[in-house]
Design a protein around this ligand. Structure first.
Ligand code: GTP
Ligand code: MG
Length: 208
């Protein structure tokens, strides 16, 4: 096991539409962000296992991929946005897939917004955060690929990301070096999962 620490993560299924989602019996955390930002790699680093497909070419993840993390929650690896080589139809399909999921999943308890640390906080990130605020879904930022920067560059990037995103919860990570994983898992569990452990059950009862 790399890094000496990992949480058991198991692939459940992929979904192309609402009727394919697994039963809503556990809280879910979604990975959102630009194509190629490192969403799937982040999940692999967290799990210490190559369970999600990654690629140096943007647009690798095309479906919603559901994973069971430990005993108590799931992570949903989503396709990225901002991949301009997609055709108009593909862009619409992507939007529907991601938007439907974020809007129609009451057991979604948090979104990890994944961003390459070298990129600027942009319009897409602003829109996504505004929209999630309206949906009442909390967001934390994962700034990836810190191994690509020198110490000095990283210090500057950290300041820039904190200032421009204005988010409270920001983590800086390297997936190949497995930096930041444990802190993120602890944050996700303590802030989003633990307070909502009973949520799936109470939502199911509402529909009984
Ligand atoms: P889509 O599925 O297209 O939305 O992309 P994604 O966000 O899932 O990105 P993916 O995990 O496939 O990673 C894209 C590329 O970035 C791959 O070549 C990864 O190896 C690389 N990468 C991801 N995270 C890191 C990191 O922390 N450090 C370095 N050096 N490379 C990374
Ligand atoms: Mg991916």
């Amino acid at each position: 096991m790399r890094g000496g620490w990992a949480i058991k993560t198991v692939f459940i299924k992929s979904a192309a539409a609402y009727h394919d989602y697994p039963p809503p019996i556990k809280c879910e955390i979604a990975l959102a962000g630009r194509s190629n930002a490192g969403k799937s790699s982040f999940l692999n680093a967290l799990a210490s296992s190559d369970i999600a497909k990654t690629s140096s070419m943007p647009g690798k993840t095309t479906l919603l991929n559901f994973f069971e993390v430990g005993e108590s929650y799931r992570i949903v690896d989503m396709p990225g946005y901002g991949y301009s080589a997609r055709s108009g139809d593909e862009q619409r399909t992507w939007r529907n897939l991601v938007e439907d999921y974020l809007e129609q999943r009451p057991i979604l308890v948090g979104v990890l917004l994944i961003m390459d640390v070298r990129r600027d906080w942009g319009q897409d990130e602003i829109m996504l955060c505004k929209w999630l605020e309206q949906l009442n879904v909390p967001v934390a930022l994962i700034a990836t690929k810190i191994d690509k920067l020198t110490k000095n560059e990283l210090a500057k990037a950290e300041q820039r990301v904190r200032k421009t995103s204005k988010l409270k919860n920001i983590f800086f990570t390297s997936s190949p070096k497995r930096v930041g994983m444990k802190a993120i898992e602890e944050f996700v569990y303590a802030s989003w999962v633990k307070p909502n452990l009973e949520k799936p059950k109470s939502l199911m009862e509402k529909f009984d």
